[in-house]
Design a protein around this ligand. Structure first.
Ligand code: FE
Length: 136
């Protein structure tokens, strides 16, 4: 069930995720820029939530942003797969993005994107898992 909510306890997440993934996904951490496996990754396929497997982005939405994190200009679905939430931490006003199915932290959404959508979903590599799709 794609839209079914995933409700796991933090103890359960700790067993499933690596410590680095747990820090980003469940404790809203940020991986160091240029450290992740996907910021320079441009194969064809789908990017899923690394915690629950929900399909969030496609490679068609990915663009090179030079910011050190994977960046997308749109999301899969009908604007219902990613929760946008105001984030006032670190003295900034930002929009946090979270997986709508499991509530895990993905990154932040900015309105300074260079493509026609004007959006920049700035996502931690640790928060997503790539699945190649060769049928496109
Ligand atoms: Fe998820």
């Amino acid at each position: 069930m794609e839209n079914q909510k995933t409700n796991k306890t933090e103890e359960e997440w700790k067993k499933i995720l690596t410590p680095q993934q747990y820090y980003v996904l469940r404790q809203k951490g940020t991986e160091p820029p240029f450290s992740g496996k996907y910021y320079m990754h441009f194969e064809k396929g789908i990017y899923k939530c690394a915690a629950c497997g929900y399909e969030l982005f496609s490679s068609d939405m990915k663009f090179e942003s030079h910011c050190g994190w994977p960046s997308f200009d749109d999301e899969l679905g009908n604007n219902d797969r990613i929760i946008k939430h105001p984030d006032y931490s670190h003295g900034m006003i930002r929009t946090e993005i979270l997986c709508a199915r499991c509530g895990s932290h993905l990154g932040h959404l900015f309105d300074d994107g260079p493509t026609k959508t004007g959006k920049r979903y700035c996502v931690n590599s640790l928060s997503i898992e790539f699945e190649p799709k060769n049928d496109k």
